[in-house]
Ligand binder design. Structure first.
Ligand SMILES: *Cc1c(COP(=O)(O)O)cnc(C)c1O
Length: 246
C-alpha cells in the first residue's frame, strides 16, 4: 500500500503536469492564451498536507465546499500563500465562521444570503453569482432568468463586489448539453458586464471531466479536484445534497 506522503510527493505533481497539458491544449484549440484561465483546486476531502503539495507546485487558488473543512484546514495552510474560495452551498448560520477565512464566495445564489453576508462584513469581499444552468432540481444556484437581477442587487450591497458568475454544469459525457450550460453562463455574464456590472468578468465553470468544453465556452476559471488529487472517498451527494449518490 502506497503511503499518503509518497502519493502526495509524486502523484500530485505528475497529475498537475498532465492537467497543465490539457488546459494548454484546450486554450490553444480555442485561440485563447493559457493565462486567460485560472486553475482553482477543488480540495473537498483532501487533507491539508496534500493541498500543500499542490500549492508548492505554484498554484494559488483553492476552493472548499463545506465550512467545516475550511475551518479545520485553515491553520495548516496559513503559512503558505494562497487565495481561499468558498464553492459550496452556504448556510446563513455558518457565515460568521467562514467569512474571516475566505477571499471569495462563489456560491451566492439568493438575495437573503447576500444581505446576511454583507451585514457581517467589515471589509470588501468579491463574490460570484452561482447560476443553475442545468435546470436540475439537485443543483443549487439561481434560475438563469433571475441571475441578472440578482447580480445587480448583490453588487449594490455594501462591501460586496460581484466579480462574475459560477455554475456547476450538467453531469454528462454528452458535449452538446454540457456546453449549452456554459454558453448560457457566458451570455449572462456578457449581458451584465455590458449593461450594469462591468467588473463581473469571471466565468467559473468546468471541472475534471469537462474542462475542455468550459474553456472553449470562455471559462476564466476552472475548478478541478479529482484530476489532481485522485478520486474522492466520500460521495459527492454529501456535498451536493439531492444529487445522486455514487
Ligand atoms: C468537487 C467540485 C469541483 C471539482 O470536481 P472534480 O470533478 O473533482 O474536478 C468543482 N466545483 C465544485 C463546486 C465542486 O464541489
Amino acid at each position: 500500500m502506497a503511503s499518503e506522503a509518497g502519493d502526495a510527493d509524486t502523484a500530485i505533481p505528475q497529475r498537475l503536469e498532465e492537467l497543465e497539458e490539457r488546459i494548454s491544449a484546450a486554450c490553444a484549440g480555442s485561440g485563447r492564451g493559457r493565462q486567460e484561465v485560472d486553475l482553482l483546486l477543488a480540495t473537498k476531502t483532501v487533507p491539508a498536507e496534500r493541498i500543500r503539495v499542490a500549492l508548492a507546485a505554484g498554484y494559488t487558488l483553492i476552493g472548499e465546499n463545506r465550512v467545516q473543512e475550511v475551518v479545520s484546514k485553515a491553520d495548516a495552510l496559513a503559512d503558505i500563500p494562497h487565495q481561499s474560495h468558498f464553492i459550496g452551498h452556504l448556510q446563513r448560520n455558518k457565515i460568521n465562521q467562514v467569512l474571516p477565512l475566505v477571499d471569495v464566495v462563489q456560491s451566492i445564489d439568493r438575495l437573503d444570503l447576500a444581505v446576511a453576508v454583507s451585514k457581517r462584513l467589515d471589509r470588501d469581499l468579491d463574490v460570484l453569482i452561482q447560476v443553475n444552468t442545468s435546470g436540475e432540481e439537485s443543483k443549487f444556484g439561481v434560475d438563469p432568468l433571475d441571475a441578472i437581477g440578482l447580480a445587480e442587487q448583490v453588487d449594490s450591497l455594501e462591501n460586496l463586489r460581484v466579480a462574475g458568475f459560477m455554475t456547476i454544469g450538467l453531469f454528462s459525457t454528452d458535449e452538446v448539453p454540457v456546453r449549452r450550460c456554459y454558453e448560457r453562463l457566458r451570455v449572462l455574464r456578457d449581458e451584465v458586464v455590458s449593461s450594469s456590472v462591468p467588473d463581473a468578468q469571471i466565468l467559473s465553470m468546468g471541472m475534471s471531466g469537462d474542462l475542455e468544453w468550459a474553456i472553449s465556452e470562455g471559462a476564466t476559471m476552472i475548478r478541478v479536484g479529482s484530476a489532481v488529487f485522485g478520486s474522492r472517498p466520500t460521495s459527492d451527494a454529501y456535498y451536493w445534497p439531492g444529487s445522486a449518490p455514487g
